[in-house]
Design a protein around this ligand. Structure first.
Ligand code: C2E
Ligand code: CA
Ligand code: CA
Length: 562
């Protein structure tokens, strides 16, 4: 440990010794002129803390001066070790110290003679009370950040809820989770990840009131319990503040990292219990994560686990399996001659108790419940088999299905679609998928890949509800798509509102410049259809042309138009 490469690891070794929670001191053999003078050659951080002094003032000092407690026993043991050259273990050496805090304390020490010095490693023996307090503290706190853990949070929440019930006050729970933590951990290593968590824990504590409990409840998940002065607006403000504070850059060895927190929160109602409150905040947090929002409040609609939703989800699963769903078809016409060009498949659920449930109610349920891909496959199968009813007479009229983004990016979708097409010998170019613009923007890169694969199989691809999803034109250019469907919110009022008319015209032009076909949705009168023709739209769809119809009625409608 002198020079060359050794010098480098000496530095590391010394730094490491300062991190240990064992006191270490190195004592030189006494000067022959001064036999009782044991001088200190080195102390680590823990030893200095134990002695209550700066390490630098201890080095070079005599043992009896440096340590503020009687050292006669220690000197004896050190002398013995030096004499015999053998290692010694001494347990429970009492510190009969006058110093405050040390009286009655004992240390366990291990003494190693090395050349003309001895190394003493010691650890205070905790008192029975200190030991039980330590164990309790450990059981209720996170060792890394020192913050309360999930168990303590649950306990405090229960107390808070009980008190709130008595006093009529409110309790709120916020949960924050880092979106990019595993990335940071993987690229910068676990130590960097640990440091980031410690830093975030400190930031949370600094920025909240003392009466709020900040906890670490999972790898990269923090929770804040608020039990005093809670109002929904107040919690919202705290959630915003947490988001801001957590996403400030952290310096990691010169590299500036920006944590990406997602925050969810819930305010307790009368009946809620501790675990349920935390679960609701987590549900809101997952929703915020999914929608890429910084913070969201819990609402029962988010909750796939709420009893009614769970019940419906089970029924939906059965409905898909047992063919209880129906598909209606809405024609899409050519704007110039109003001939039928295509049809869109729209699912319906005829629930035995609740009547017809519109897709807006259960499609999202299917998505959260992981049933999207099954739903899309079911609707596609039905649409492809129904298409045979009109294809003999209208051989160019294809059918499109609507697909949530998690079904499109499911790697099995292209295969499932190919299998269906070949089972029914349905030409791939007469089958299409629609994906809304905001779904495309949820994960543009994954969508590019998935749509590309479908398109390579010959399937037509459309961006639905176009104009509402803030898509970036850069992505739009890269998307493997054939068609834009202008959202009906612009189309419906284009004859009344000149701004809407301008938007529709611009969207048509944009689509054409990108080489795409343009469809206008939501045409509710003839005037709008004419305006769309003037605006250059290729196709149109809407109630004034035809409402969505069951397959047989659709075929009849098509025949009636020749
Ligand atoms: P979307 O894809 O934009 O479908 C068009 C919706 O607009 C349909 O409502 C249709 O009935 C309605 N519509 C058509 N013409 C007009 C009109 O002139 N005026 C007005 N006000 N509305 C018109 P629907 O069938 O209730 O579907 C709502 C949404 O549910 C669809 O919007 C689509 O996003 C989703 N959806 C429908 N079927 C499916 C499906 O099979 N799978 C999935 N994943 N989503 C579906
Ligand atoms: Ca659609
Ligand atoms: Ca649409």
């Amino acid at each position: 440990m002198t020079s060359g490469p050794g010098g480098e690891w000496r530095r590391h070794l010394l730094a490491l010794m300062d991190e240990l929670d064992v006191g270490i001191l190195v004592i030189e053999a006494p000067d022959p002129d001064e036999p009782a003078s044991f001088r200190i050659a080195y102390v680590n951080h823990e030893c200095a803390v134990f002695a209550g002094r700066e390490a630098s003032t201890m080095v070079g000092a005599r043992l009896r001066d440096a340590l503020r407690f009687p050292t006669a026993g220690l000197e004896q043991v050190v002398a013995h070790a030096l004499d015999t050259g053998s290692r010694l273990d001494v347990r429970g050496v009492p510190l009969s110290a006058a110093e405050e805090g040390l009286a009655g304390r004992k240390v366990d020490a291990r003494i190693y003679p090395v050349a003309d010095a001895v190394v003493v490693c010691f650890r205070p023996v905790p008192t029975a009370r200190a030991a039980s307090e330590l164990m309790r503290h450990r059981a209720l706190h996170d060792p890394l950040t020192g913050l309360p853990n999930r168990l303590l949070l649950s306990d405090r929440t229960t107390q808070g809820l009980r008190q709130a019930k008595r006093t009529g006050s409110q309790v709120a729970m916020l949960v924050a989770d880092l979106d990019n933590f595993s990335e940071i951990n993987d690229t910068l290593g676990h130590r960097a990840g640990d440091r980031l968590l410690v830093e975030l824990g400190r930031r949370l504590e600094r920025n909240l009131r003392e009466c709020d409990t900040v906890c670490r409840i999972g790898a990269d998940e923090f929770a804040v319990l608020m039990t005093t002065g809670v109002t929904p607006r107040g919690v919202e403000v705290v959630a915003e503040k947490l988001g801001r504070v957590m996403s400030e850059n952290v310096d990691m060895d010169g590299l500036s990292i920006r944590p990406k927190p997602a925050i969810g929160w819930a305010v307790a109602d009368d009946e809620v219990e501790s675990d349920e409150l935390l679960r609701r905040a987590e549900v809101a947090m997952f929703k915020a994560k999914k929608l890429r929002r910084p913070a969201m409040a819990y609402t029962p609609e988010m909750d796939v686990h709420s009893l009614r939703r769970l019940e419906l989800l089970g029924q939906l699963e059965r409905a898909i399996r047992d063919d209880q769903l129906m598909v209606h078809y809405q024609p899409v016409v050519d704007v110039r001659d109003r001939s039928v060009a295509w049809v869109e498949a729209l699912v319906r659920w005829a629930h035995p108790l609740h009547g017809t449930i519109p897709p807006s109610t259960f499609v999202e349920l299917a998505e959260v419940g992981g049933l999207s891909i099954d739903l899309v496959e079911w609707v596609s199968a039905r649409a492809i088999s129904d298409a045979r009813k009109w294809l003999s007479k209208h051989p160019k009229v294809g059918v499109s299905v609507n697909t949530p983004v998690d079904a499109v990016t499911d790697e099995s979708l292209p295969r499932r679609v190919r299998e269906l097409l070949s089972r029914w010998s349905h030409p791939p170019e007469l089958f299409g998928v629609e994906l809304t613009e905001s779904q495309v923007m949820e994960d543009p890169l994954a969508v590019v890949g998935a749509l590309g694969e479908l398109r390579a199989a010959g399937v037509t691809t459309s961006v639905d509800d176009f104009g509402t999803g803030y898509s970036s034109f850069a992505y739009l250019r890269q998307l493997p798509i054939d068609e834009l469907k202008i959202d009906r919110s612009f189309v419906a009022r284009m004859c009344e509102d000149p701004t809407d008319a301008t938007i529709v015209r611009s969207l048509v032009e944009l689509g054409h410049r990108l080489g795409l076909r343009v469809v206008a949705e939501g045409v509710e009168d003839d005037r709008t259809l004419r305006a769309l023709r003037d605006a250059g739209s290729d196709r149109a769809q809407g109630f004034s042309i035809c409402r969505p119809l069951p397959p047989d009625e659709l075929v009849a409608w098509m025949s009636s138009r020749g």
